[in-house]
Write a protein that binds this ligand. Structure first.
Ligand code: NAD
Length: 500
């Protein structure tokens, strides 16, 4: 495989049919990290044809479930073998720290192991009581067919694994299109799938842009399901493109996630320190480029000043730098475009009356940070209100906005006042109140006295415009299966509805 043969179709590595290439940049200094093939619709068509053939006449959909699970476990082992190399690739490609890259590889491994286990447990059908001993009625689960998997740049391999592992476990074939900004770890995953023994044509990869490649995958009549993770605007386009062919569509979109802190959580010094520390982590890990980032701090008025002052003090001390460097806590933003977008949100917030407590743009120059990198200082904006763009829209950058409340009802109303509904948290030392508020939040994941953990065995996804469907958990496997009811009459008799 040469440097630009990053398209994988029917078991072979290829360059783009057009010969086009794309430069993948290192966000820490804007130099060229790699060259990849720049596919177009013709490459997408070839990949879909390969996946179609592999589904219609290849062995994989008919492979016993135990063998499919065993293959997933082999992939998990190979991921761990290559852990350091993949973590480094992910760190250099996305800008995230190496430590985060390692966590990603471990989480990807866990996803493969989880779906290997789940598909074994859920391999059987469901017997249904048809009300007669003369009828045997059973619901069985079958693969959907050819799946198009479209992934974003912030967690390239992790988001891929939440689709690839259940798709394969269920017996589907697929074409994956990673983000054109961060395709490298997905190329590595495809090599591991082949090494683990997956038959040619089951897993196909096209590296290229959302439009035309993602668009072609979404509209193509031979694709049975499209599973998309990315932004709201692109997700809506995918749904539109998929509609005429009535394929299944799963969308994991953005979030504008509230982190609700009650004063009682800060009543002790230890409680205060934990809530501040976790608010920092919620908002700024991976420079805020996280779908579930706790970008809205919603805090009880009585502790607001002290909490925000301490938060801003600590945010200013976050060590920015190249993700692969020791001691660095936050890498750069992924691209110039993402940097400009973040800056524009700060400008609009200030124009609308927000108070800048720290950050707001380029960090002070430092010896360890190339001036050409896309670094953005962690930013805390106080005096925000729900009408501001920065409070309503997903910035996907290191911006934390602060709003405050006086009553529990007000806290709930603020937290639910968003068109999104992906995740949120409640901090309180009153277990009853915390559970009550968690029950009222219209978000797909709610943490109580914590932020960010997720479990492969628990569903992940959003209410409202955060998406359609769920990944992970039993629902994450169900997305990739069709339920079929087989009704067997053991003693057929005439119905005599028609007299003649
Ligand atoms: P994006 O929408 O720009 O791109 C996502 C993917 O879609 C990329 O592969 C892109 O090439 C492709 N794409 C773009 N236009 C397309 C089109 N018209 N048709 C088909 N495919 C198209 O998103 P991004 O900037 O890469 O990622 C950031 C977004 O992803 C944020 O909104 C974030 O919240 C979201 N995200 C959500 C989750 C989740 O679990 N809900 C997880 C990670 C990221």
């Amino acid at each position: 495989m040469s440097a630009t043969e990053t398209i994988h179709i029917d078991g072979a590595w290829r360059a783009a049919m057009s010969g086009a290439q794309r430069e993948v940049l290192d966000p820490a200094d804007a130099t060229i990290l790699a060259l990849v093939a720049e596919s177009d619709a013709a490459d997408a068509d070839a990949a879909i044809s390969a996946a179609r053939r592999a589904f219609d006449s290849g062995p994989w959909p008919r492979t016993p479930v135990g063998e499919r699970a065993a293959l997933l476990r082999r992939v998990a082992d190979l991921l761990q073998r290559d852990r350091e190399a993949i973590a480094l690739t992910e760190s250099r490609d996305t800008g995230k720290t190496l430590a985060e890259g390692r966590v990603d590889v471990d989480d990807v491994t866990a996803a493969f192991r989880y779906f290997a286990d789940l598909v074994m447990i859920e391999s059987g059908g469901r017997v249904v009581d048809a009300g007669s001993p003369e009828v045997h009625s059973v619901v069985v689960y079958e693969p959907v067919g050819v799946c198009a998997l479209i992934t974003p740049w912030n967690y390239p391999l992790l988001q891929a694994s939440w689709k690839v592992a259940p798709a394969l476990a269920a017996g589907n074939t697929f074409v994956i299109k990673p983000s054109e900004i961060t395709p490298l770890s997905t190329v590595h995953l495809m090599r591991l799938l082949a090494e683990a023994g997956l038959p040619a044509g089951v897993a196909n990869l096209v590296t290229g842009a959302g439009d035309p490649v993602g668009a072609r995958l979404s509209e193509h009549p031979d694709v049975d399901l499209v599973s998309f993770t990315g932004g709201l605007a692109s997700g809506a386009k995918v749904a539109q493109a998929a509609a005429p062919t009535v394929k299944k569509v799963a969308l994991e979109l953005g979030g504008k996630n509230p982190n609700v802190v009650f004063a009682d959580a800060c009543a002790t010094e230890e409680g205060f320190d934990t809530a501040v520390d976790q608010a920092l982590n919620a908002a700024f890990i991976h420079s805020g480029q996280v779908c579930s980032a706790g970008a809205r701090l919603i805090i009880e008025e009585s502790v607001r000043d002290r909490f925000v002052s301490e938060l801003a003090r600590r945010a200013e001390r976050i060590r920015l730098g190249r993700g692969t460097e020791d001691g660095v806590e936050c890498g750069p933003l992924v691209s110039q475009q993402q940097w400009d977008k973040t800056q524009a949100y700060v400008a609009s917030a200030l124009a609308e009356g927000a108070a800048l407590r720290c950050g707001g743009g380029q960090p002070e120059p430092a010896a360890n940070r190339p001036a050409t990198g896309y670094f953005f200082a962690p930013t805390v904006l106080d005096q925000c209100h729900r009408e501001m763009r920065v409070v309503r829209e997903e910035t996907f950058g290191p911006i934390l906005t602060v709003e405050s409340f006086r009553t529990e009802d007000e806290a709930v109303a603020l937290a639910n006042d968003t068109e999104y509904g992906l995740a949120g948290a409640v901090w309180s030392s009153d277990a009853g109140r915390a559970r009550r508020v968690a029950g009222l939040l219209r978000h797909g994941t709610v943490w109580i006295n914590d932020y960010h953990p997720y479990l492969p065995q628990a569903e992940w996804g959003g209410f409202g415009k955060s998406g359609v469907g769920r990944e992970l958990g039993p629902s994450g496997l169900a997305e990739y299966r069709e339920a079929k009811h087989i009704y067997q009459n053991l003693s057929p008799q005439p119905v005599r509805w028609f007299a003649g």
